[in-house]
Design a protein around this ligand. Structure first.
Ligand code: ZN
Length: 1026
């Protein structure tokens, strides 16, 4: 894995958490118990340094150091059962061979106590973890996991500690994960030698993304003097310069407790963690001087300019406008918490939303399609940076853009910011502290990682409200405080880089040629015996990969450790203004969550393709008396966000039935409930559809975003396309979110005149924002629920004029009661579309794209959720992934990932960043043969069950409780029945469903590949090439 950098505010965005869920048998809460610790107290080889209550985040922070090694430790005690562990090493490479990244992969290939291959992937099936992963950042490597089960925590901790501190680091692991020379066909000694290796391919894939290429260059060039000048993930053609010896040396010097930071979070007792970490790992080390500090970047006395190239983007809205330009400024040290907080706020004021000066100056004149991908504050390096610029620009506009940036900075120094915008931003921080997500521990770990990595104080960073009040005070004392900062950091800063990037038609060709040359350089001096050795090593690796692995050394939970029943979510069904409403009382920390599902049943077919566009602009065009700027301001001041998205919900009992609609979603603090509903009322009653210029800006940004997303989410597009011809719901899903939609948006973005589109929007609005076709859901605290219900009632009455009975477009509508326990005919209903005449058919589609890797998918029509065999197919997909496909597609095939999944009645195979294309399709088929032959053990089945249950039982945030019921009508009883079927799945069931649904002759399937030009496919007329 490779971490993308995020700004502090974005990180704050995931900084959200959940309330008390589990009731462990303890009289006091975890955060109160932790307050009993005393500074100076010694526990299991550690000394407590500091104990601090952090009421903003409902936690107690305990800071410790390990006596013998100096390892640093932070514990955040909080009444959250989703406990987290992470260990973070400062890794500061001085070359671009990707050594920290390859090491991150290789330590997970077996360790002293757990010598079996790939314990990490194997633990995924032996645990109820809610998260397991590893990340390589520019200057640290992090290994986090989380789980709700105490026994599981100990098991995973044991595996993680052993992997990080005592890995085997075998030569064969290095070849598999890093790079190797190997015969193209390992079984044929006469086939040409090529580079292989998981990280090698992963990085080739990563750098097929132009945004990533640009971000990497920008960092390398802004900090040219130390570790930030190299590619920590690995520059593909530098990777083959790394030796196994160098890898082991890097481990010895960086993966040492004296260079480590440990973080634990949750309601499990700290002592147990300390004991285990000390006994299993730290006690076996002595103190050392790691020498991994990153020195400050020497400041330039003159600004610099530079230029780089990239591959042309075939999907860019306008091929003549593909230039990117940014100006980047070196800022202060991130260990100065308040300076970092202020700079990150300042960055938001400068660039976020239509009211910010840079949005007005750069986006609205349409000089580019969107901001450049690295825009804003970046606190992931020792000294932060700020970047501002555009992508999708014409070459002749470059000078103008530079001028505008400088001019805008002058304007900000002159005029400052409106007070209301500052308030809106502080309100956003308040919401982010109150909103609860399910991965709070992980968000905290990543929030503090960079600052702590450079010896900043992580506890200070957690005390967000201290920074907020200091900020308010500073601004009061000096109203020009922010302007002075802009002057200092931007106007007068000579450490500034202007970096432009333009497409080069020969880019991919040059890259391929460079790889060939590298290959020649590595292979030309090989003797006959060297070649023979390479061939033999290739065979050995293949053999090792094909061996059945004995994983019995690894700890594991048992199926009997899984809770037999699900907790019931209490829901209440009611009405407001005659509209059905689902109420769900939850500990939401003073937040209210509102959703409305609006049906598309009456929408004329010719408008369908426009629905995603409608959704993406409806909350951003202005409404009522507010123009779009005022609307954006009001939304920031009063809500936690308002969004509209398409929703296609396959029925849980019939394959050819589904509900189609759009989902409105928003949240707010309790005190702002009337304001939030007023905003929705204005959107329903008087949305603005008259500003063509505004629409053009929104369309351009959304087309650019879609086009940029493909290289990261190619597998999603491949899966969606493969499913298209298999069910009516999948067909509509493809229309709304597939490659066709990407091309449609590109077409709209290229239209010189958008008046026709503008005229289409109100027609869509009449059908969608119609209370006659609507149902709502509210999640709030019990204290606030009746007030929320009253406000909702008021809102529905307020938008009553839009209520019109219209005829559905499709003939076959089936009604399903929202509340299955109510009398039929009385209770309000969901109206589903039924297509009993639907004929699924076989279809193979290929999208040639300028990527060096493929995304491959095959999808098979099976059975809906409530069918007897659904549970068996879920277990089968999981087992096939872990026990067969992972080995074939990732280990042998060299793809970054691949597997099978079951959902919406479809069994889907996929691969991600795959050097192979049609060969992967045969790997899928071999997977089916493997399953039909029943070559798996009871242990394999149990592991698949654990893995499926860890997904089924993953924590749900209070804001999302009951939403499955609201949308799809899946009740707790149905979930419990599914659960019981999952428990009962036997080996016989698995062999049977593999034969019944997946075998050749039994199945109706669709196939899709996204990838580079492909000779095999172009010669095969059974493929549709788009
Ligand atoms: Zn990786």
């Amino acid at each position: 894995m490779f971490r993308q950098t995020k700004t502090v505010l974005q990180k704050l965005g995931c900084l959200s958490f959940r309330g008390q869920r589990s009731c462990r048998l303890q009289s006091t809460s975890a955060k109160d118990r932790a307050l009993q610790y005393q500074a100076g107290q010694k526990i299991h080889g550690f000394t407590i340094r500091e104990v601090v209550a952090v009421p903003d985040l409902f936690l107690t922070a305990v800071k410790l150091t390990h006596d013998k090694t100096g390892a640093q430790y932070l514990h955040a005690a909080r009444d959250d059962s989703n406990n987290l562990f992470s260990v973070q090493l400062r890794t500061t490479p001085m070359d671009s061979t990707g050594v920290p990244h390859i090491l991150e992969h290789t330590v997970l290939c077996g360790s002293e106590k757990y010598p079996c291959r790939d314990p990490f992937f194997k633990m995924l099936n032996r645990s109820l973890s809610t998260f397991m992963n590893a990340f390589t950042a520019s200057d640290y490597t992090m290994y986090p996991f989380s789980t709700q089960n105490a026994k599981d925590f100990q098991n995973l901790l044991s595996v993680y500690l052993d992997a990080v501190f005592f890995p085997c680091l075998r030569e064969q692991d290095f070849w598999q994960e890093g790079w190797r020379l190997e015969n193209e066909d390992p079984k044929d000694p006469n086939s040409p030698l090529v580079f292989k290796g998981i990280v090698f391919n992963e990085m080739k894939g990563a750098f097929s993304d132009n945004e990533r290429v640009y971000a990497q260059h920008l960092q390398n060039k802004l900090y040219p003097d130390h570790t930030y000048s190299v590619v920590s993930g690995g520059e593909p053609l530098d990777i083959p310069d790394l030796s196994w010896q160098q890898l082991k040396h890097f481990h010895a010097t960086h993966y040492h407790p004296s260079n480590a930071r440990f973080f634990t979070y949750g309601d499990l007792p700290l002592e147990q963690h300390l004991k285990q970490i000390n006994e299993d790992a730290l006690s076996r080390f002595e103190h050392m001087e790691p020498n991994t500090q990153v020195p400050s970047q020497p400041h330039w006395t003159n600004p610099r300019e530079d230029h780089v190239t990239c591959s042309p983007d075939a999907l860019a809205p306008d091929p003549a406008r593909q230039n990117t330009l940014c100006m980047s400024y070196l800022l202060g040290d991130i260990t100065d918490t308040f300076e970092g907080f202020t700079l990150s706020l300042l960055s938001s004021l400068m660039i976020s939303g239509p009211n910010s000066p840079f949005y007005k100056a750069l986006i609205e004149p349409k000089l580019g399609t969107d901001f450049s991908s690295v825009v804003g504050y970046d606190g992931s390096t020792k000294e932060a940076s700020f970047s501002i610029g555009l992508q999708g620009m014409a070459e002749e506009d470059i000078e103008r853009v530079k001028h505008i940036i400088n001019q805008t900075i002058d304007d900000i120094i002159e005029n400052g910011f409106e007070e209301e915008r500052i308030e809106a931003l502080l309100h956003k921080i308040e919401i982010q502290m109150k909103h609860q997500s399910t991965s709070f521990g992980l968000s905290l770990a990543s929030y503090i990682a960079s600052c702590w990595n450079h010896d900043g104080d992580p506890v200070e960073l957690l005390q967000i409200s201290h920074s907020v009040s200091k900020f308010r005070q500073t601004l009061k004392d000096n109203p020009r405080f922010l302007q002075d900062m802009v002057k200092h950091y931007f106007k007068e800063n000579t450490h500034r880089l202007t970096l432009s990037m333009s497409p080069d038609d020969a880019y991919l060709e040059k890259q391929a040629k460079a790889e060939e040359e590298k290959l020649l350089q590595k292979s030309q001096n090989l003797s006959e015996s060297d070649r023979k050795e390479i061939y033999e090593k290739g065979l050995q690796l293949l053999e090792a990969q094909s061996e059945t692995q004995d994983a019995s050394c690894l700890p594991a939970l048992k199926v009997s450790d899984i809770e037999p029943t699900i907790p019931v979510t209490p829901l209440e069904m009611g009405t407001a203004g005659g509209i059905p409403v689902q109420y769900c009382e939850q500990p939401t920390n003073g937040m209210v969550y509102f959703r409305a599902m609006c049906s598309l049943n009456t929408l004329p077919e010719d408008l369908r393709l426009y629905v995603p566009l409608f959704c993406s602009v409806i909350t951003s065009m202005g409404c009522g008396s507010l123009d779009y700027r005022q609307q954006a301001q009001q939304m920031e001041l009063k809500t936690g966000g308002m969004s509209v998205n398409t929703a296609i919900l396959p029925d849980s009992t019939e394959m050819d039935m589904y509900e189609q609609g759009v989902l409105l979603h928003s949240s707010c603090l309790e005190r702002n409930l009337p304001d939030m509903f007023q905003l929705w009322s204005d959107i329903f009653n008087s949305p603005h559809f008259d500003d063509e210029e505004r629409l053009r800006v929104l369309v351009m940004m959304s087309a650019q975003e879609l086009s940029n997303g493909i290289s990261n989410s190619g597998h999603m597009y491949a899966m969606s396309r493969a499913a298209r011809s298999l069910s009516p719901a999948a067909d509509l899903q493809e229309t709304f979110g597939g490659m066709d939609q990407v091309k449609f948006m590109k077409r709209i973005a290229e239209m010189p005149d958008l008046t026709q589109v503008l005229r289409t929007l109100p027609r869509i609005k009449r059908h969608i924002l119609n209370p006659d076709n609507m149902r709502c859901a509210v999640n709030a605290t019990p204290q606030k629920m009746s007030d929320a219900a009253g406000q909702l009632d008021h809102f529905i009455k307020d938008v009553g004029i839009n209520r019109k009975e219209r005829k559905a477009v499709r003939a076959h509508l089936v009604e399903r009661p929202l509340d299955p326990s109510a009398e039929p005919g009385v209770s309000p209903c969901r109206k589903l579309i039924s297509e009993p005449e639907y004929q699924p058919c076989h279809m193979k589609t290929f999208y040639p794209l300028p990527f060096p890797v493929n995304f491959v998918s095959e999808c098979i029509r099976t059975v809906p959720f409530t069918h007897q065999d659904y549970a068996s197919l879920c277990i089968l997909a999981r087992m096939m992934t872990a026990k067969f496909l992972h080995g074939e597609i990732r280990e042998k095939g060299g793809a970054y990932g691949g597997g099978a999944r079951m959902g919406s009645g479809l069994f889907t195979f996929y691969s991600y960043r795959d050097p192979n294309s049609v060969q992967t399709l045969s790997a899928f088929r071999k997977g089916v043969d493997w399953a039909k032959a029943g070559k798996f053990s009871q242990q394999d089945i149990d592991e698949a069950k654990l893995s499926v249950f860890s997904a089924v039982d993953s924590p749900v945030a209070p804001s999302n409780k009951g939403i499955g019921h609201f949308l799809s009508g899946v009740t707790d009883e149905m979930k419990q029945a599914h659960r019981e079927r999952l428990f009962r799945v036997s080996d016989k069931d698995l062999v049977e469903v593999a034969g019944r649904y997946l075998g050749v002759g039994q199945r109706t399937s669709g196939v899709a590949i996204l990838g580079p030009e492909n000779e095999t496919i172009s010669k095969d007329p059974s493929w549709l090439v788009k």
